[in-house]
Design a protein around this ligand. Structure first.
Ligand code: OGA
Ligand code: NI
Length: 287
């Protein structure tokens, strides 16, 4: 990210990132791969279906906990991309033929972008950059490809229920130009439109707790289009697995802790044990 620029859009905790330095040819290749993958017949995609291993990896849906619940109007495909040792290649599609390589290259490019963003955040908070480098070492990263089919009765369904991401931050790339993302600010839903090939960066719950609430995670949802599918790729950047989630001592002023502490693993367990519901998990950590 040689000449990265951050444009604050709407709420302060959702950013549009342009001039991020990720090659356009790579982004275009990945976009074409993603569209081609989702356009395949169901039985070809089901080769990669999730197998309830608790990691959500593969093709399917997230946060399905009962037969009765109303599902979000979306298909997804999720792979863990970093640390590289945690990749499970059985979930990585072999077709289109360039897909694996493009995911790998994109994953690496985003570690550069993520490092720059952590540096900005550390500097803003007055925390030594090494602290963040240590918390996010090996760049834990997962990629979720979202496909939101059109629906003639779009107002009766929701693409993704309101939630904040359980990440440090998430980097969203719109694969096509169908809008639908909304963020919540002061109780109101505001539509976010992406600039071409810009990244939308959504701050996540982990950053909110670490920063003692100086940075707030952003609640967001996706609306469905009546005619066109929306397709996105969201790269989640989380901390290493053994993190104890609590405000960093450097940012706590006058001893006032705004959040309790919880292991990151427990936090993720709580997240996956319920349907997405706004910022409900982080609310419980608030003191
Ligand atoms: C997500 C998400 C938004 C979008 O995957 O967590 O919020 O526009 N996606 O796909
Ligand atoms: Ni999200």
């Amino acid at each position: 990210m040689a000449t990265g620029e951050v444009h604050s859009q709407c709420a302060g905790y959702t950013l549009s990132l342009v001039n991020h330095g990720v090659p356009e040819e790579l982004i275009e290749g990945l976009k074409a791969n993603t569209v081609e993958f989702f356009n395949k017949p169901l039985e070809e995609k089901m080769v990669y279906k999730q197998d309830n291993d608790g990691t959500l990896q593969g093709y399917g849906q997230a946060f399905v906990l009962s037969e009765e619940q109303k599902l979000d109007w979306s298909d997804m495909f999720y792979v863990m991309t970093r640390p590289v040792a945690l990749r499970n290649m059985k979930f990585w599609p072999t077709s289109p033929s360039t897909f694996r390589d493009n995911i790998d290259r994109y994953s690496l490019e985003l570690t550069e972008v993520a490092s720059c963003l952590w540096l900005y955040i550390a500097t803003n908070l007055g925390v030594a950059p090494e602290v963040f480098a240590q918390l996010f070492k090996d760049h834990p990263q997962g990629m979720r490809f979202n496909y939101y089919p059109p629906c003639p009765e779009a107002d009766k369904v929701i693409g993704i229920s309101p939630h904040s991401d359980a990440t440090g931050f998430s980097i969203l790339l719109q694969i096509n130009d169908v809008q639908g993302l909304q963020i919540r600010k002061d109780g109101e839903w505001i539509s976010v439109s992406a600039l071409p090939n810009a990244f939308i960066v959504n701050l996540g719950d982990i950053t909110e707790v670490l920063s003692n609430g100086i940075y707030k995670s952003i609640e967001h949802r996706v609306l469905i289009n009546t005619e066109h599918p929306r397709i996105t790729l969201v790269a989640f950047h989380g901390p290493h697995n053994s993190l104890i989630l609590q405000p960093l001592p450097e940012v706590v002023r006058d001893g006032k802790l705004n959040y309790g502490s919880m292991s990151y693993q427990e936090f993720m367990k709580a997240l996956f044990n319920k349907k997405l519901e706004g910022k409900s998990i982080i609310e419980k950590l608030k003191l």
